[in-house]
Design a protein around this ligand. Structure first.
Ligand code: ADP
Length: 611
C-alpha cells in the first residue's frame, strides 16, 4: 500500500527558487545526484570497516548512469548506504537543517542567485529542474526491506514497500519533454568528465548492449601531483565537497611530511554561508585515511573560528578502524590540526599583502575569524595580526594592528579602541575628541566579538590594548574661557541630584571640545556597548556599569548654565536644559533615551525660538 505524504511547506518554495535561479545551469542536477551517490558510497565504505559483513556480495562501489532514449528517462544508481523509510521521509521531503527553512521562507524568489542556492544544499531537489517525475528505489545496508519513493515535485511524494535485491539507491528521472539531451550519451560523457571527474568511485555510463563504460578517472584528486591538476579541476572538486557554486577564494594543496604524514586540500569559499553564526553550522572538513572516507564531523580537525574552511585531510598514519570517539582525543589529530592551522595562517599572511584581494576574504569571514584572537591561545597574536579594523586614521580603508603600531606617536602608551554599533556613529563619539586633537588613532570596533577578544589580548607586540576610557592623562591643551569653579560645582551638584537614578556621578572633564557633555563608564567596568549587547540577548544586566556624565567646562552651553544656576528664578530652565543634555549624551552613545517625546518637543521649541 502506498502512502501519500505532503512536502514540508518550504520545499515547494525551495523548488520554485531552484528552478527559477538555476534555469541556465540545469545540468548541475547531474553533478548533485552523483555527489550524493558518492557520499552514499563513502558512508557504506566507512560502515564496512567496523561491520565487514554489511556489504557482503555488494561488489565494487560504483555509480551507474543509465540513459533510456525510448522512455526518455535517466537513472543514477549507486550501491552505497541506501535509505530506509525514515531516511526517505526525513531527508527527501523536509528541510532537516534548522534555520534553512526560515532562510528559504525569507528568500526572494527572483533575487536569489546560484551562490545562495548552494548554501543550503538543494542537491537532490535540482532533479526537478529536468524531471517531471522522480522515482527512487532504495534499500539500506543491514535492512531487509526496500522502498519506493515517487514524486512529481509538486505537492508531495508517495512511498511504499518495494522489491530490490541489492543495497543502494536508484534514482530514475522521467525527463521533461524538452530535456531530451540528458539521454544523449555524448552529452552525458561530457557532463560527467567536466563536473564529476574527481569522484572517488568509478562512474559508469551504461550503454545497454555495448556494456558499461567508465567515464571518470576515479582517483582522489588530492592524492595527485599538484602539477597535474588544473584550476578548473580544483574548482569542481571544491564545489563538489562544499556544495557551493562560487569559486574558492583560496585553494591550498599540500603534503605534510615529518612526524606525521598527511595530505591536505583546503579551500576558503568566496561567499560566507548563511549559517556561519548558527550553532549547528557544519564544519567543512572531511577526514580520510588512505583515501577511505572516515568522517566529516571531526570538529577537532579545525578550530571553530576556521569553521568556514572546506576540504579534505587524508592521513595514512591514522588507523583505518578508528572510531569517531577515538578521533576526538587522538594526539595525531591534534597535531594535524595545529600544523594545518599554521599553514592556513601563513597562507593568509601572504594573501593579506594584497589589500583588495584580502578584503574579500575579510568581508566574508572576518567576523568569524576574529573569534580566533580569543579562542586560539597559541596563535592569538598571529590571528590578531591578520585581522582588519576600522580606525579613525582612514574612514575608507581598514587597518591592521601592525600598521596602527607603525603610526603610533612616540610617547603613545597604548593601542586604543572604542566599541559601539556603527562605525560612523563611533567616529563622532565625543569621547574621541581629545584623541583627535592629539592625533592619536583609535580603533572603531563594532562586532560583538570585539568586546571579548579585547579582554583576552591585552598586549599586542608589547603594546597594551586599551579602551579609550582607560587612557590616562588625556587632557586637552588649551586656553580660552572656562566656567567659573564655584558655579561649576553648583551645576554638577544639581545634575548629580537630578540624575541620581541614571548616572553614578557627574564630573567635569578636560577631554571634550565640541560636545558639552558625554557619557562614559567607570574605568575598568563593562563598556556601555557590551552592556547593550547583553541586554539585547536577554542577559541580565545586574552588573550594570556605573555611568559617568562628563561635562565640558569650556563649552559655551555649560558656561551659560553655570552662570544662571546661581539664579533661583531660572532653576526650571536649568533643569530642562540639563535633561536635554543627558539625552544628547545618551544618543551619542547609541543608548535609548528615557522620554523621547519630551526630548523631541523641547528641541522643536528651541529650534522655533532660533528663527
Ligand atoms: P545534501 O546532499 O546537501 O544533504 P540533498 O537534498 O542532496 O542534500 O540530500 C539529502 C539527503 O538525502 C542526503 O544528505 C542523504 O542523507 C540522502 N540521500 C540523497 N541521495 C542519496 C543516495 N543516493 N543514497 C543515500 N542517501 C541519499
Amino acid at each position: 500500500m502506498s502512502e501519500k505524504i505532503g512536502f514540508q511547506a518550504e520545499i515547494n518554495k525551495m523548488l520554485g527558487i531552484v528552478i527559477n535561479s538555476l534555469y541556465s545551469e540545469k545540468y548541475i542536477f547531474l553533478r548533485e545526484l552523483i555527489s550524493n551517490a558518492s557520499d552514499a558510497c563513502d558512508k557504506l565504505r566507512y560502515l564496512s570497516l567496523t561491520k565487514p559483513d554489511i556489504a557482503k556480495d555488494n561488489g565494487e562501489l560504483k555509480i551507474v548512469i543509465t540513459p533510456n532514449e525510448k522512455e526518455n528517462t535517466l537513472t543514477i544508481a549507486d550501491n552505497g548506504i541506501g535509505m530506509n523509510r525514515d531516511d526517505l521521509i526525513n531527508h527527501l521531503g523536509t528541510i532537516a537543517k534548522s534555520g534553512t527553512a526560515d532562510f528559504v521562507a525569507n528568500m526572494k524568489e527572483n533575487g536569489s542567485s546560484a551562490e545562495l542556492i548552494g548554501q543550503f544544499g538543494v542537491g537532490f531537489y535540482s532533479a526537478f529542474m529536468v524531471a517531471k517525475k522522480v522515482e527512487i528505489l532504495t534499500k539500506k545496508a543491514g535492512e531487509e526491506k526496500a522502498w519506493k519513493w515517487v514524486s512529481d515535485g509538486v505537492d508531495g511524494f508517495e512511498i511504499e514497500e518495494a522489491e530490490k535485491p541489492t543495497i543502494g539507491t536508484e534514482i530514475k528521472l522521467y525527463l521533461k519533454d524538452d530535456e531530451k539531451n540528458y539521454v544523449d550519451t555524448i552529452y552525458l560523457r561530457h557532463l560527467i568528465r567536466t563536473y564529476s571527474d574527481h569522484i572517488n568511485y568509478p562512474i559508469m555510463l551504461n550503454l545497454g548492449e555495448a556494456g558499461e563504460e567508465k567515464v571518470n578517472s576515479a582517483s582522489a584528486l588530492w592524492s595527485k601531483n599538484k602539477a597535474e591538476i588544473t584550476q578548473e579541476q580544483y574548482k569542481d572538486f571544491y564545489q563538489h565537497i562544499s556544495h557551493n557554486f562560487d569559486d574558492p577564494w583560496l585553494t591550498l594543496h599540500f603534503k605534510a611530511e615529518g612526524s606525521i604524514e598527511y595530505t591536505g586540500l583546503l579551500f576558503i569559499p568566496s561567499n560566507p554561508p548563511y549559517d556561519l553564526f548558527q550553532p549547528d553550522h557544519k564544519h567543512g572538513l572531511k577526514l580520510y585515511v588512505n583515501r577511505v572516507f572516515i568522517s566529516d564531523k571531526v570538529e577537532e580537525l579545525m578550530p571553530n573560528y576556521l569553521r568556514f574552511v572546506k576540504g579534505v585531510i587524508d592521513s595514512s598514519d591514522l588507523p583505518l578502524n578508528i572510531s569517531r570517539e577515538m578521533l576526538q582525543q587522538n594526539a595525531l589529530v591534534a597535531k594535524i590540526r595545529s600544523s594545518t592551522v599554521s599553514r592556513l595562517l601563513k597562507e593568509l599572511k601572504k594573501r593579506s599583502e594584497n589589500y583588495e584581494d584580502y578584503l574579500k576574504f575579510w568581508q566574508a569571514f572576518g567576523v568569524a575569524f576574529k573569534e580566533g584572537i580569543y579562542e586560539d591561545f597559541t596563535n592569538r597574536e598571529e590571528v590578531a595580526s591578520l585581522s582588519l579594523f576600522y580606525s579613525t586614521h582612514d574612514a575608507d580603508k581598514l587597518t591592521t594592528l601592525d600598521q596602527y603600531v607603525e603610526r603610533m606617536k612616540e610617547d603613545q602608551k597604548a593601542i586604543y579602541y572604542i566599541t559601539g554599533d556603527d562605525v560612523k556613529v563611533l567616529a563622532n563619539n565625543p569621547q574621541l575628541e581629545v584623541f583627535k586633537q592629539k592625533g592619536i588613532e583609535v580603533l572603531l570596533l563594532t562586532d560583538p566579538i570585539d568586546e571579548f577578544w579585547t579582554q583576552t589580548l591585552v598586549n599586542y607586540k608589547g603594546k597594551a590594548i586599551k579602551h579609550i576610557s582607560q587612557a590616562e592623562n588625556m587632557m586637552f591643551e588649551r586656553s580660552g574661557e572656562k566656567a567659573e569653579e564655584g558655579s561649576l560645582q553648583k551645576l554638577t551638584q544639581l545634575m548629580t541630584d537630578m540624575f541620581k537614578n541614571e548616572v553614578g556621578k557627574v564630573v567635569v572633564t578636560e577631554k571634550l571640545t565640541n560636545s558639552p557633555v558625554s557619557l562614559t563608564v567607570e574605568n575598568g567596568q563593562m563598556s556601555i556597548h557590551l552592556e547593550r549587547l547583553m541586554r539585547n540577548h536577554q542577559q541580565q544586566t545586574a552588573f550594570a556599569s556605573t555611568r559617568i556624565l562628563e561635562i565640558n567646562p569650556y563649552h559655551p552651553l555649560i558656561i551659560k548654565l553655570s552662570e544662571i544656576v546661581q539664579d533661583e528664578s531660572q532653576r526650571s530652565k536649568v533643569e530642562e536644559v540639563a535633561k536635554i543634555l543627558l539625552d544628547q549624551a545618551k544618543i551619542a552613545e547609541g543608548e535609548p533615551i528615557s522620554d523621547p517625546a519630551f526630548y523631541a518637543s523641547k528641541i522643536s521649541d528651541y529650534i522655533l525660538k532660533s528663527f
